[in-house]
Design a protein around this ligand. Sequence first.
Ligand SMILES: Cc1cc2nc3c(=O)[nH]c(=O)nc-3n(C[C@H](O)[C@H](O)[C@H](O)COP(=O)(O)O)c2cc1C
Length: 457
Amino acid sequence: MPRTLLLNAFEMPVPVHQSPGLWRHPEDRSRDYAQLSHWERQAQIIEDAGFHGLFLADVLGLYDVYGGSADAALRGGVQVPQLDPLILAPLLAKATTTLTIGVTASVTYAAPYDLARRFSTLDALTDGRIAWNVVTSYQESAARNLGLGQQLPHDQRYDRADEYMDVVYSLWEASYADDAYVADAASGVVVDPDKVRGAGHRGEYFDVQAPALVAPTPQRTPFLFQAGASPRGLQFAAKHAEAVFFSGPTPEQVATWTAALREAAAEHGRDPRSVKVFSNAAVVVAETSEAARERLESYQQYVDVDAALALFAGWTGVDLSQADPDAPLEHVETDANRSALASFTKLDSEGAWTPRRVAEFVAIGGRGPVLVGSPEEVADELQRWVEVADLDGFNINACVRPADFERFGRFVTPVLRERGLLPADDAASATTRTAREVFGGAGPRLREDHAGATFRS
Ligand SMILES: Cc1cc2nc3c(=O)[nH]c(=O)nc-3n(C[C@H](O)[C@H](O)[C@H](O)COP(=O)(O)O)c2cc1C
């Protein structure tokens, strides 16, 4: 019996997420990014398509590496303008029934006491349908915008994030007993002070002594996603993440990260299979192979080369604005840049990578693979990724939004159901479950073998 898949729709409240220029496609509606009705409809399409979650990305700065300014990013709408996903999340939970909402929030820029309250509020208002994508952020522009001047070094960001998690676990898991909030009219007691204790955290980066402001919510700690694939990032994920999101060029590459992650999770005393692994993929599907390829070709005419290079520059730090668009990329100098580019070029090693080719590639589905074909071919390819990379599921991104999510539901979901890779359509009788239960947990709270559980009294 094949393993059941977990599916997230990978989104961001922006007109241009992973496929620069495709907002001009006649079926694309993402220019309406600032209208609530657009997002409500999109979330409903995603839920109806059989997805378990809607996963919302977030960044806190402009993409200003390309050409040393944000002009290309602004012109091409590269993840700008954008809305705050944390505020959108409960509205989308309200517009849907079972869909979980994953919200990206940076531990580098939000104070833990404040962010803990915001996630508790989301967890309470959505009956636990909330997940948190814990990021340390990667943009220098964000560091300048949020008062740091420049980013902390990469590994130090994770060291600080480790301590951050201790603070939020203290607040979520330890500060209130389950029965601390009594609201007992007879005695006049709202909260029993004997059942509340302060976080009592004093460390290198944080000093938080008080109890949380919010009493326990369905999950206490929201279900935790993380997306680091560097050695330090994987260590962080192995300790804290309940689900990890990789964006890898090939299933073989992702397999090395999955193996390293599961091994490190076991070293932390966790059941390695309890950490769910998702991989990023774009899907272009149609009735037949030929029709899907034609559809992909129709997408290619909308590609915005400059915007794609601005997106690429923001991710990798590689500014190709001065490079000859048709010259092979052999002159990219620094080690960091080389490795970023190398991982990207492994997606397809045929022919030389020129700036033009990079742009055309990034502009359809970002850095991850694009699975193109008939419903059966796409399902085969998803299954191959699961087997080779030992995956639990996918974060699917749409090139044309929301059409590609709707098409996924119309074409691919029925095949996955037939093959037993998705549960039968039981939406009508579906009862609301917390994100932790949707993603495989036995109950709404953190597992006993998770680092956060050690904070319980
Ligand atoms: C598919 C994917 C989605 C991501 N989404 C975000 C995001 O929304 N915001 C953010 O700041 N970082 C995001 N990241 C970046 C990661 O949080 C992390 O910074 C990056 O993968 C580098 O981590 P590493 O150096 O440990 O590999 C994402 C990464 C991946 C692979």
